[in-house]
Design a binder for this molecule. Structure first.
Ligand SMILES: CC(C)(COP(=O)(O)OP(=O)(O)OC[C@H]1O[C@@H](n2cnc3c(N)ncnc32)[C@H](O)[C@@H]1OP(=O)(O)O)[C@@H](O)C(=O)NCCC(=O)NCCS
Length: 207
């Protein structure tokens, strides 16, 4: 773990850092962390890029999108989103990720770690920070959707692992629920995290 790695919860004034981190591709493919927020009937080819960027910026500046940023030596190097599952319309209606208590659930649906900073524990630190941020909001049910290695073998191409990996979440105390043979795995953190996730150095954040 890099001793200069720190995390901060997203606030509106950190939008410029997020913009620098996401770069011209909006993290990947013009997503701007809007994939899971798509409403039914929306055409992704029309929203990816500029529309997603504008929508996400409005959410961030209005305090309606949540997440944590990671920094190394003050440079933004990683992002993890967290939000109430109900706010993530596409995720919430995905039949393969269905659950029967969605109103209680907080989701950790997406990660982006800058190339050159991967496999150094950045995403793991982001999970701890996101879990701590949800706990500060008195969220009790925390869910994630990591990829199964499937055909990839041991190393998953980074772009395919944007919902995280199973070992990342296992290390943070998450356990599989409704195990699926392929595709994204639904995992949950025990309501009282053993050992208390969120032990890494991080700034305090708005409630
Ligand atoms: C997937 C991703 C978030 C992982 O971040 P990271 O900071 O490298 O993850 P960590 O270092 O915390 O990894 C923790 C564990 O997860 C597993 N892991 C991480 N990346 C992996 C990969 N590509 N393949 C297989 N396992 C992986 C490993 O078990 C790792 O532990 P180890 O390094 O000790 O073996 C990162 O590769 C990424 O951001 N990829 C791009 C995703 C993207 O495009 N997002 C934008 C979507 S619009």
């Amino acid at each position: 773990m890099d001793p200069t790695l720190t995390t901060r919860e997203l606030t509106a004034d950190l939008w410029p850092d997020l913009e620098v981190l996401f770069g011209g591709n909006g993290a990947c493919g013009g997503c701007w962390c809007m994939f899971w927020r798509q409403e039914r009937g929306e055409d992704w080819s029309e929203t990816k890029g500029a529309v997603n960027r504008r929508r996400f910026r409005a959410l961030v500046e209005g305090g309606r999108a949540h997440g944590v940023l990671a920094y190394v030596d003050g440079v933004p190097v990683g992002w993890a989103a967290f939000d109430r599952r109900r706010e993530l319309a596409k995720l919430d209606r995905a039949p393969t990720l269905a659950c029967d208590d969605a109103d209680r659930v907080w989701s950790l649906p997406c990660f982006f770690v800058k190339a050159g900073y991967r496999r150094r524990g950045v995403a793991s630190a982001l999970i701890a920070a996101a879990v701590a941020a949800v706990r500060r909001r008195r969220g009790t049910v925390i869910e994630a959707y990591p990829v199964r290695p499937g055909n990839f073998g041991k190393s998953i191409p980074a772009a395919f692992a944007w919902t995280g990996t199973i070992p990342m979440f296992e290390a943070a105390g998450f356990q599989p629920v409704g195990e699926r043979g392929r595709g994204k795995q639904r995992m949950r953190l025990a309501e009282k995290a053993p050992g208390g996730a969120g032990r890494r150095k991080q700034d305090s954040a708005p409630a």
